[in-house]
Ligand binder design. Structure first.
Ligand code: ZN
Ligand code: FE
Length: 258
């Protein structure tokens, strides 16, 4: 019997998250994104785990700044990142692209290209454990700002993630959820699931509790960026009949100016 990966969320820097994924069957451990090494190492010490794999979602400093320190502490760790980003990531032991397989212990994960926030941004989906590490692509109630790609590119990336099984746990890179919720209700004021979720988020944040990870089903019901293809969302922002990607682009633009 194979047990699912054990996922530990580690708060880093001001509002970043790193994730530790541990395979109880083999004892192997992966770290997904390394904003800074110290809090991750503290959690590894607490658990008694050593790092076998470091998986990087994208090149921004707040996701890779701690890679070298963590690698020094775990010299056997293998560092994996996007081939397309190899020139601006810490030295990689393995370069991957969409469709490639990564493993954490006995469990295989699929690499998805989710460019848009950056070009070369990847996500890792582990179907057996029903978990995806999405970095700054799909985020809790939001999506990353489009720095390098185009809205069409980001929309394609979000559609790929939206097609994963709805029970998938979404591990994203930041605690931006309260601000995302304040924006989301301006797009869909009549979405009851969103209103209820916003109340939960605001209450969790008041208590200092994290809102990440989340579940894809929850995102599909409430995240305005994922919902840009729905008639009700198009109508809500006065774009009935418009193309999905154009509606997504408009919602993203409104958030940038929010
Ligand atoms: Zn980023
Ligand atoms: Fe980030």
């Amino acid at each position: 019997m194979t047990m699912p990966l054990e996922i530990v969320t580690v708060a880093c820097l001001k509002d970043n998250y790193a994730f530790i994924a541990h395979d109880p069957d083999t004892g192997e451990t992966a770290v997904i994104d390394v904003p800074e090494a110290a809090p991750i190492q503290a959690e590894l010490d607490r658990q008694g785990w050593t790092v076998d794999e470091i998986l990087i979602t994208h090149h921004h400093d707040d996701h890779i700044a701690g890679v070298e320190a963590l690698r020094e502490a775990h010299p056997a760790a293998r560092v994996t990142g996007a081939a397309a980003d190899a020139h601006r990531l810490p030295p990689l032991d393995r370069e991957v692209a969409e469709g490639d397989t990564v493993t954490i212990g006995a469990e295989a994960g699929e690499v998805l290209d989710v460019s848009g926030h950056s070009v070369g941004h990847i996500a890792f989906h582990f179907p057996a454990s029903e978990v995806a590490f999405t970095g700054d692509s799909l985020m809790a109630l939001g999506c990353g700002r489009i720095f390098e790609g185009t809205p069409e590119m980001m929309w394609d990336s979000l559609r790929k993630l939206a097609a994963l099984p709805p029970e998938t746990t979404i591990c994203s890179g930041h605690e931006y959820t309260a601000a995302n919720a304040a924006f989301a209700v301006t797009i869909e004021p009549d979405n009851a699931a969103l209103t209820a979720r916003k109340a939960q988020i605001d209450s969790a944040r008041t208590k200092g509790q994290p809102t990440v990870p989340t579940q894809l089903a929850t995102e599909l019901a409430t995240n305005p960026f994922l919902r840009a293809g729905l008639d009700e969302v198009k109508s809500a922002i006065g774009m009935a009949g418009a193309a999905d990607a154009a509606v997504f682009a408009e919602i993203r633009k409104r958030k940038d100016n929010f």
